[in-house]
Design a protein around this ligand. Structure first.
Ligand code: TEU
Ligand code: CA
Length: 537
């Protein structure tokens, strides 16, 4: 849908540029490669793309460590390539959103190089610097998401600096007004270039709190990196290091800037113990972010009870805010593997319809439409620092970042003429785009068909939602928009189930045929992992 609120209910296709398409044969995907494949993306019937970072970067965290916000890394192309990409995407009716990493820069950013020179240079307070404790220990017990203390000693300045992620990703100090001003100018640069919005990396990490120790936590929770007994990050309550109330002031300034460019949007990435609460707080009231997404559906729990609980809680708390949901991204084990659906078309379609029927916008991660399983890599093949640190308890994020398979019979599945930066798993060849395009019953064609169907159903795109209690592993929800009420029934079990069907419920004529529930004589019959959508009077 067009109009300034196109993002409500939009489907956003996430591209990890390094792994999408390599146009110049250096083994690394690039912006020209994305341009070459825009027809493919448009053919999926998605509304927008989100490009993971392509900015100048030493690539310690594969682009999430930015050394210049206003340029394209030569590895990915040039600013002219980016302009062409925006133009070509717009010509196909696709909006373009980009990844804005504001919480931290690379340690090779000129701002940090200046900041670390002395305690009194003009950028001395642009990062979070602090003196050691009297015994030389770091200022607080804060932990880095990627392991170890969040404080790194700097021999030049003889102080510690804060890094919530890698030591090569120093945290910007959003309590310094000049930092906020400078960051907003970086955002404006891309708005002026015509982007339609931003995915905001780790947005609740921007503003740090008082330099006090985080309290310990009793119950160890699962983070997106999985349960890691060896990572103390999960052993503390993150009371002071992230999600501070002052961060709202920054979000409000950012929103005021975005509002100068009507039709732009923002989706904040929130990693927090109470991510649902933060999603609500950050997206309510029309003066902070447009929407947020979290890791709540990115766990390994494909359990309808858990999903129901999460989604109903979100509905209860979100108010006039707007959620965005994802079942996959570049940080977590691929969906097909995580939810144990590898090679199982019915399950994969169930998960697709589950995701695309929720109230909210949706991010689809490249390869999800192909049902790619997680790549199995050896320790020697790893390049993700998080994987290298925590192997073997946690194997890192490389397994979901391998190249997109385009052609089954080409070298490297048609991704590149050269050896790619990560190998294309053999198991991905038979799932390549060209194979699935030839097969009318493929998952790829199911995505295309369901996304096309969804566009014809305003109730699925922007309707209100009401959940039925889960019984026999069947999750039912109603989406209502104006006079239309759709009932979506999702069978998460491997059994055929029956349900009393509401009076007058009838299948939709134009729905894909694998929406295979039967509505008859007051009864809905759903095959194992079956899905049905009916119109109710
Ligand atoms: O991830 C952010 C992130 O890791 C946290 O929000 C995390 O979910 C939470 O703390 C878990 O408890 C983003 C990017 O998606 C990732 O690829 C980057 O490595 C990271 O930021 C650093 O930029
Ligand atoms: Ca390339």
């Amino acid at each position: 849908s067009q109009g300034a609120d196109w993002w409500r209910g939009a489907v956003i296709y996430q591209i990890y540029p390094r792994s999408f398409m390599d146009s110049n044969g250096d083994g690394i995907g690039d912006l020209k490669g994305v341009i070459d494949k825009l027809d493919y993306i448009a053919s999926l019937n998605v509304d927008a793309i989100w490009l993971s970072p392509f900015f100048t970067s030493p690539m310690k965290d594969f682009g999430y460590d930015i050394s210049s916000y206003r340029d394209v890394d030569p590895m990915f192309g040039t600013l002219e390539d980016f302009d062409r990409l925006v133009e070509a995407a717009h010509a196909r009716g696709l909006k373009v959103t980009i990844d804005q990493v504001m919480s931290h820069t690379s340690d090779q950013h000129a701002w940090f190089e200046e900041s670390r020179q002395s305690r009194d240079n003009p950028k001395a307070d642009w990062y979070v610097w602090a003196d050691p404790k009297p015994d030389g220990a770091p200022p607080t017990n804060w932990q880095s998401v990627f392991g170890g203390s969040a404080w790194q000693w700097d021999t030049r300045r003889c102080q510690y600096y804060l890094h919530n992620f890698l030591a090569s990703q120093p945290d910007l100090n959003f309590r310094t007004p000049a930092v906020v001003d400078a960051m907003l100018e970086e955002v404006r640069f891309w708005l002026e270039r015509g982007v339609d919005g931003f995915r905001l990396d780790a947005v609740n990490f921007c503003t740090h709190g008082e330099l006090k120790d985080n309290p310990p936590r009793q119950e160890i929770i699962e983070s997106f990196l999985g349960v890691r007994p060896d990572n103390p990050y999960g052993y503390q309550l993150h009371q002071y290091d992230k999600t501070q109330p002052e961060n709202l002031l920054f979000l409000e300034r950012l929103r005021a800037l975005l509002d100068e460019y009507p039709g732009t949007t923002s989706v904040g990435e929130v990693g927090d113990d109470d991510a649902l609460g933060v999603m609500a707080e950050y997206s309510q009231g029309g003066k902070r972010l447009h929407m947020c997404y979290s890791f709540n559906l990115l766990t390994d729990k494909a359990d309808p009870g858990y999903l129901h609980e999460t989604l109903t809680e979100m509905e209860a708390r979100i108010g006039d805010g707007w959620p965005c949901w994802a079942l996959g991204n570049h940080d977590v084990t691929r969906l097909a593997t995580r939810w144990q659906a590898q090679g199982q078309l019915d399950k994969l379609r169930l998960y697709m319809v589950f995701l695309l029927s929720q109230r909210g916008s949706v991010c689809l991660y490249q390869g999800e439409e192909l049902g790619l399983p997680e790549a199995e890599l050896t320790f020697e093949q790893l390049v993700d620092p998080a994987g290298i640190t925590f192997w073997p308890a946690y194997k890192g994020r490389d397994g979901c970042r391998t190249p997109h398979p385009w052609q089954a019979d080409s070298r490297h599945a048609g991704f590149s003429r050269a050896t790619p930066w990560l190998p294309v798993p053999e198991a991905h060849a038979s799932l390549a785009v060209d194979q699935q395009e030839q097969d009318a019953d493929s998952l790829l064609n199911a995505y295309r068909a369901f996304l096309a169907f969804r566009r014809t159903q305003p109730a699925l795109v922007k309707g209100d939602v009401r959940y039925h209690p889960v019984r026999d592993e069947v999750l039912c929800l109603e989406r209502t928009y104006q006079q239309t009420r759709l009932l979506v029934a999702l069978n998460f079990s491997d059994q055929t189930v029956t349900r009393p069907a509401p009076e007058g419920a009838e299948a939709l004529g134009d729905a894909p045929k694998w929406l295979n529930g039967e509505w008859q004589a007051g009864t809905l019959t759903l095959p194992p992992f079956g899905v049905a959508i009916a119109r109710c009077p």
